[in-house]
Design a protein around this ligand. Sequence first.
Ligand code: MTE
Ligand code: MO
Length: 227
Amino acid sequence: MTTRPPLPPGQRERDDFPRFGLTHFANRFPGRADRIELRIHGDVRTPMTLTDELARLPRVEQRSDFHCVTTWSRRGMAWSGYRFTDFYHQLVLPLAGPAADISFVVLRAQDGARSSLPLADLLAHDVLLADRLDGPPLGGDHGAPLRLVAPAHYGYKNLKHLDRIEFLRSSAGYRPQGLRFMVHERARVALEERGRWVPGWLLRYLYRPLIAPTVRHFVRASKNRKP
Ligand SMILES: Nc1nc2c(c(=O)[nH]1)N[C@H]1C(S)=C(S)[C@@H](COP(=O)(O)O)O[C@H]1N2
Ligand SMILES: [Mo]
């Protein structure tokens, strides 16, 4: 018998991987899903757009669990891509020349979504820029052409359809997306940092009833997608 570690606090396993997010984004799809174009900017010497350069990095495969803040989790996702730490040290540092005291990173996506994390969290060993899921390239539902995978952080930090990364000295000018109480600076799953001001365990009960209608909303949006 295999025993798996228990899920993090308040999480429940799902056996599918639904397209998910703020319903606001359900009808937005990436304009450019088949080609990576990643803008690097912020407090850097040379802002630039990376395309084929990513392929120079070592490819890694990773199995990790995925945890949405609304309490659903999917175990054992098989991602493939590049480690964020390799990306930062082998491409961003030499090519873009970020300031020595970068501490904060803003990620933006083709559908208008954005998120942020401290640079230190992104440099963790299990954070990937992923371009494949379960073998084939990411589809339009799950983040094509490139998404962040940060298993220790809730789903809303795992930005899909990534197209811009801003490296900053400070978080002072950044405005989080959506309602402020729903966004935690770090959103670590193990510490149940679901949001700010309201304790994580309380947000479980607020979010759980939203899962089923949100999944339906996203399924409908994908079906009605104009070709
Ligand atoms: N660009 C973008 N990234 C996003 C979202 C989104 O709507 N747009 N939703 C977030 C949320 S809340 C979750 S739980 C995961 C869901 O990933 P999936 O749609 O691949 O299942 O993506 C995250 N990243
Ligand atoms: Mo989520």
